[in-house]
Design a protein around this ligand. Structure first.
Ligand code: DAH
Length: 344
């Protein structure tokens, strides 16, 4: 029996050393050391021996088993190292190869402009209105009536406003000013907010006009607010956005929801103020409407005009971008021509 064990030790050792992969080694282990392996079948016969022999042969069998386990472990880590080295050589990555071309997306120039304007107003103490106060599908009631439009105002005409079939008097909003109403219905003064968004108008499309464009509405209501606050804030915005050297002017105007009202013009960048097709020969382009919030509007939302006053403004985002970057056709913003978009 002892001879048999020595035989097993010799053969197994040879096979372990000859094994060339971890799988080979695993097979050797199964052959000799598993429950049905050669070593165990000898151990099973120990019961037929005398007590003395049982002790001697038993302990020798254990030694053989320990020795083989140790050899297998050593060979295993050796083989692991060999296989790893093989992998490192064959699976080498050539980091000098050119990579796949992946065109990178960018923020749309209109979004960039909205972000820039928003940041300026945040610096001036305004916060951005919750978007639920400025839905693009709006009621005539909010878009016009609450803003003090007289019942038969021409702007409500089908010419300018897109009506929907959702329900009578449900429209695509023609201006962001309705957001003022929702804000004031939800928040008592002081109010100091802006609200960017899309507006829609039923107009013939040209280099200057599109059916869809963007506005940023602004509203400030508090005690002791005057027209000079309006001028101060808007002049400061223009100075930051365009730089100090761009000529601008305030011009008296009319809006149903403000009194007094004013528009702000910026000198046309296309012609430097000489007059061209873009500015209809005037040398100026309007960028925003503004004014002191009308007493009737304050009353409509339940704010006491004896205690509070405020100003509001609404600016055209496309106009502001066109005037900053000398873009002479509003349609460029909506055609999604990558050659245009990637310049920003
Ligand atoms: N909503 C006006 C428009 O689309 C612009 C405007 C004018 C907004 C005066 C205002 C404002 O908030 O006070 O032409």
């Amino acid at each position: 029996m002892k001879e048999k064990l020595e035989h097993i030790l010799k053969n197994a050792t040879e096979e372990i050393n000859k094994s060339e992969s971890i799988q080979d080694l695993e097979n050797v282990k199964l052959k000799y050391l598993s429950r049905k392996g050669e070593l165990n079948s000898i151990k099973k016969n120990l019961k037929d021996l005398s007590d003395e022999d049982k002790r001697v042969v038993g302990s020798f069998a254990n030694n053989v088993s320990n020795e083989l386990n140790k050899l297998i472990e050593e060979r295993n880590s050796e083989l692991y190292r060999i296989e790893l080295n093989k992998k490192l050589i064959t699976e080498k990555i050539d980091i000098s190869l050119p990579s796949d071309f992946r065109p990178q997306g960018k923020v749309h120039p209109l979004t960039q402009t909205i972000n820039e304007i928003t940041e300026i107003f945040q610096g001036l103490g305004f916060s951005v209105m919750p978007s639920e106060y400025s839905p693009e599908v709006e009621t005539e009631y909010i878009n016009f009536d609450m803003l003090n439009f007289p019942p038969n105002h021409p702007a409500k005409d089908m010419q300018d406003t897109f009506y929907t079939k959702v329900a009578p008097n449900v429209i695509l909003r023609s201006q962001t000013s309705g957001a003022q109403i929702r804000q004031m219905l939800n928040q008592n003064p002081p109010v100091r907010v802006i609200s960017p968004g899309r507006v829609y108008r039923c107009e013939s499309v040209s280099a200057r006009k599109n059916n869809l464009f963007h506005q940023i509405e602004g509203l400030l209501v508090d005690k002791d607010i005057t027209f000079s606050d309006l001028k101060g804030i808007l002049n400061e915005f223009i100075r930051i956005y365009f730089g100090a050297s761009r000529p601008t002017r305030f011009r008296a105007s009319y809006f149903p929801f403000t009194e007094p009202s004013a528009e702000v013009d910026v000198q046309c960048i296309m012609c430097g103020g000489k007059g061209c097709k873009i500015c209809s020969g005037t040398g100026w382009l309007e960028i925003l409407g503004s004014g002191m919030v009308h007493v009737n509007v304050l009353k409509n939302v339940g704010i006491d005009p004896e205690i509070y006053t405020g100003f509001a403004f609404g600016m055209g985002v496309e106009r502001l971008a066109m005037l900053k970057y000398a873009i002479n056709d509003i349609r460029l913003f909506f055609n999604n021509d990558v050659r245009f978009l990637k310049q920003f």
